[in-house]
Write a protein that binds this ligand. Structure first.
Ligand code: OAA
Ligand code: MG
Length: 288
């Protein structure tokens, strides 16, 4: 299978002894830049998917089809392994199974399924969780939906900051027992909380946003954290760059006088110009 080596790279990160920081990717350009800079892994967050595809905040308006299509575009553009935030799996456990099938064929190296109640319930300002039993059903359905056994399925819970650390541990233990490949925890607030989850479980851990005291890579490694996210600054920086250039043009700056444009080599690398030239020579009878 064409995507297997990407999945095996993610598996070797999870089974290794180091903690990696993935590049935040959301489209064909951002994944190629992350790959060229040497990131070992891309993280495709639900928030950046919503932003890149819809221009919307992270409120679960994006559809599975849109998410999978964006993943497919990235898989075509780059061989960088990508971990996809598949939110709640776009419905109940049966939808979760379908979500896994779609993201597998779209080339994801791994995906996370979380136990958050999504979309948000009527009249509820605070994030809620689905019952643990329903979460376990979703993890089992996710595993059942995979046809390439190398696809990585992660169970994710944000219980630490929604209910309690004890609930987060119960959920992590139950998802581990259901057979997921790794546990993705968000909302962990301290070293004590991380140590409690690490000692109650055996699987590799992945951390979402974490406070200052959880930044030291060697400490994270000692607690089996193999992937630690570092937010989604690239799409924020891209928004600022587009704003600056459009504003300058609107204000009358001549296109040649614009600041902040990429050097020719950067663009030529992103568009894989050398490859396209070689193909044009081989297939279109053009000069290299
Ligand atoms: O997965 C991540 O990077 C964090 C998250 O939930 C999102 O950005 O939607
Ligand atoms: Mg998300």
């Amino acid at each position: 299978m064409a995507f297997r080596s990407r999945r095996e790279k993610l598996r070797s990160i999870l089974s290794g002894g180091t903690c990696v920081r993935p590049g935040s990717v959301y489209d064909a350009i951002s994944i190629r830049i992350a790959e060229d800079l040497g990131f070992p892994l891309g993280m495709f967050g639900g928030s950046v998917a919503s932003l890149a595809v819809l221009g919307d905040p992270d409120v679960t308006l994006i559809t599975l089809t849109e998410l999978a299509e964006q993943m497919r575009r990235m898989s075509r553009a780059s061989a960088l392994p990508v971990l996809v935030d598949a939110d709640h799996g776009y419905g109940n456990a049966l939808n979760v199974r379908r979500t896994v099938q779609e993201l597998e064929t779209a080339g994801a190296a791994g995906l996370t399924i979380e136990d958050t109640l999504l979309p948000a319930a009527f009249g509820e300002a605070k994030t809620q969780l689905i019952p643990l039993e329903e979460g376990v059903g979703k993890m089992k359905a996710a595993l059942d939906g995979r046809s390439d056994p190398s696809l990585v399925i992660m169970g994710r819970t944000g219980a630490a900051s929604i209910t309690s650390i004890e609930d987060a541990i119960r959920r992590a233990v139950a998802y581990e027992a259901a057979g997921v490949d790794a546990l993705f925890c968000t909302g962990i607030k301290s070293r004590a909380e991380l140590a409690a989850i690490a000692s109650a479980t055996h699987l590799p851990l992945v951390l979402g946003g974490a406070p200052e005291e959880l930044n030291a890579t060697d400490y994270l490694e000692s607690q089996r954290v193999r992937i630690a996210l570092q937010g989604h600054a690239p799409i924020a920086a891209a928004t600022q760059a587009v704003y600056e250039v459009q504003k300058a043009l609107r204000d009358g700056t001549a296109p040649k006088a614009l600041e902040g444009l990429p050097a020719a080599e950067l663009t030529s690398g992103v568009i894989r110009e050398a490859d396209v030239r070689a193909r044009s020579a081989n297939f279109l009878g053009l000069k290299k």
